[in-house]
Design a protein around this ligand. Sequence first.
Ligand code: PEP
Ligand code: MN
Length: 256
Amino acid sequence: EDTIVQFDNGAIVGNNKKSFVFGPCSVESQEQVDTVAKDLAARGEKFIRGGAFKPRTSPYDFQGLGEEGLQILKNTKDKYGLNVVSEIVNPAHFEMADEYLDVFQIGARNMQNFELLKEAGKTNKPVLLKRGLSATIEEFIYAAEYIHSQGNNNIILCERGIRTYEKATRNTLDISAVPILKQGTHLPVMVDVTHSTGRKDIMLPCAKAALAVGADGVMAEVHPDPSVALSDAGQQMDLNEFDAFYKEIVQAAKLY
Ligand code: PEP
Ligand code: MN
């Protein structure tokens, strides 16, 4: 049977519904997250994302606000009623993060951090598991099995692009992974069009393609002022760009 991930505010992921997870790359301030949340809540959206623990390539780049960032997300949740999604990078942090978050994200860089996967599996919160930077589909499914094997079946898979020789995009969006994962597992599959493409000019067609091949939802990054973003400044949509993207993706979602 297909897994349907359900939330207290009535939101579901799976079951032929198209779900969206939008929000900034990093949590930077209460005002920043609230600005995006207000926009999302007004559209009737049910989720917001934002990283508090940021796995950055360089140790000299912004590493996230940590627990303070999770508190900001929780404040936003209380204010706007959105489910909050944020990445956990340390197996010891699930207990602490439980009071703040609705979905634990496991990022691409930690897809084969087996101790992290096992701890995520011991929680009863939904886990959004991203595909590793150069993980095969089989390795991705085994990573999900690590979570499942500990008793947590609330898993959402997220294709976020893989590393190839191609330089025109940040990563190569493996669109074929979506129907393969849908055929080979019972889990909902989302597509992150921000980290896969790294290009705002092609996020919309890629998001439409994801829905067309059977994705249960789309993730994308939105920031009130990307020019001053502390991470991924070049690839986050501002609220005007997001408005145009959103209108089209909602129309596209009705087709599938
Ligand atoms: C993110 O979604 O914040 C992120 C860091 O993405 P990924 O793990 O896919 O690189
Ligand atoms: Mn990002």
